[in-house]
Design a protein around this ligand. Structure first.
Ligand SMILES: *Cc1c(COP(=O)(O)O)cnc(C)c1O
Length: 383
């Protein structure tokens, strides 16, 4: 059996010939980082790069962050961390997800920080690091009200007492995660913060040096300065997208990602001639339509069928029929378009824009899912 990690899947040559592409403006990402950094200072900034950097391209975005002296990176799974190390990234990298025993040597050998979320895991980590004669760096995960991974706050004191008995474990950090810091009712978030603070009394009580404390995601960065502690952990905000519509636009961050394609076909569709799989749409008069080579196989979600719009020659036009795996059809009414004309799927033409929030609304989801679903088949171009 062999396993292979497939991203990036697109060769350099293919980038030039594929009409559908994502452009990422690195100067915007840099400005977003600086806006966040300034806002939370003196707290450190740990940028979350999971899921291919929210679709922006894991390695290139990490390189940018290293160039601009970010403090820390986070990924979700150990494979993402290894990919970054192999690409030459030297910054501290925290893996946010859980760990399996057989992954521990990889964490240690690639100097990736482990999320320690139970005593059983800590024992395992300690044992393996003893065998490798190399200390394991861990961040303790406290569950303060999400019930996903982590030691319950009400068991944390006993847990921490145990952890500090293991000599091969270096506790670099301690953290928790908010369940709804992106809403305007912050009562649960405040409760979570209070529970986290309660767990931190352990260090004072036992006169143990405080590890790096972190809990704030994008929602908390925007709404609750008291959550910044030693370090914040924003994801979506760094990419210029607000975690929800309800939050105040207090930070000057801008979307860095543009998703575009080209017109590859033009035709006139007569009435009574339905469009696409399932024959779900037809016109009652002649219309002009163009085909664009993007579909749900690229992450242009099928659930946006009959709702999505694209920008073509500075106008918004509806996508008609069901979205196919690799193609969509756009109704341009009585207007003209030519093969090679640019089609914006997500982004701005200077006058109009289509945002990740728009796509999310059409698909019945959240902007996070839109960005992280743009498939690795779509080449990323950086400016
Ligand atoms: C994804 C994630 C974040 C970042 O969340 P945003 O809402 O994108 O800011 C922070 N911490 C953890 C543990 C996460 O899983």
């Amino acid at each position: 059996m062999s396993a292979e990690y497939n991203y990036p899947t697109i060769s350099e040559d293919a980038k030039i010939i594929r009409p559908t592409k994502v452009e990422v403006d690195l100067s915007i990402l840099k400005k977003n980082f600086e806006a966040i950094k300034k806002h939370v200072s003196p707290a450190k900034v740990n940028i979350v790069l999971k899921a291919n950097a929210y679709g922006h391209g894991l390695v290139r975005v990490a390189k940018l962050l290293e160039e601009i002296d970010a403090d820390y990176l986070s990924v979700a799974v150990v494979e993402e961390g290894i990919l970054l190390r192999k690409a030459g990234i030297n910054m501290p990298i925290l893996v946010l997800g859980g760990v399996w025993g057989n992954q521990v040597p990889l964490f240690i050998n690639y100097d990736l920080h482990i999320t320690a979320s139970s005593l059983e895991k800590v024992k395992q980590i300690n044992k393996i690091s003893a065998q490798l004669k190399k200390k394991a760096k861990v961040h303790i995960k406290i569950d303060t009200g999400m019930e996903r991974i982590g030691v319950h706050y009400y068991n944390s004191e006993k847990f921490l007492e145990e952890v500090y008995k293991y000599k091969n474990i270096l506790v670099e950090g301690i953290y928790s995660h908010f369940a709804n810091a992106d809403t305007t009712d912050l009562s649960h978030t405040e409760l979570q913060l209070a529970r986290f603070q309660e767990s931190l009394f352990f260090f004072e009580k036992h006169s143990i040096e405080m590890p790096v404390r972190h809990i704030a995601n994008s929602g908390a960065v925007l709404q609750m300065p008291e959550t910044y502690l030693d370090m914040v952990r924003p994801g979506i905000l760094f990419y210029g997208v607000y975690p929800s519509k309800d939050l105040p636009r207090i930070l000057d961050v801008k979307p860095a990602l543009t998703w575009k394609s080209l017109v590859v076909y033009f035709k006139v569709i007569k009435p009574g001639h339905p469009v696409g799989y399932g024959l779900t749409w037809q016109s009652n008069k002649n219309i002009r339509a163009v085909t664009v080579p993007v579909g749900y196989g690229d992450g242009y979600l099928r659930s946006m069928s009959h709702k999505a719009k694209v920008l073509l020659n500075k106008k918004l036009y509806p996508v008609i029929g069901s979205i196919s795996m690799d193609q969509i059809v756009v109704n341009i009414g009585d207007n003209s378009a030519y093969n090679g004309d640019e089609v914006l799927l997500l982004g701005s033409d200077g006058t109009n824009s289509i945002t990740a929030e728009d796509l999310a609304e059409w698909a019945g989801t959240i902007p996070y899912e839109i960005l992280t679903n743009i498939n690795t088949r779509v080449p990323r171009i950086y400016k």
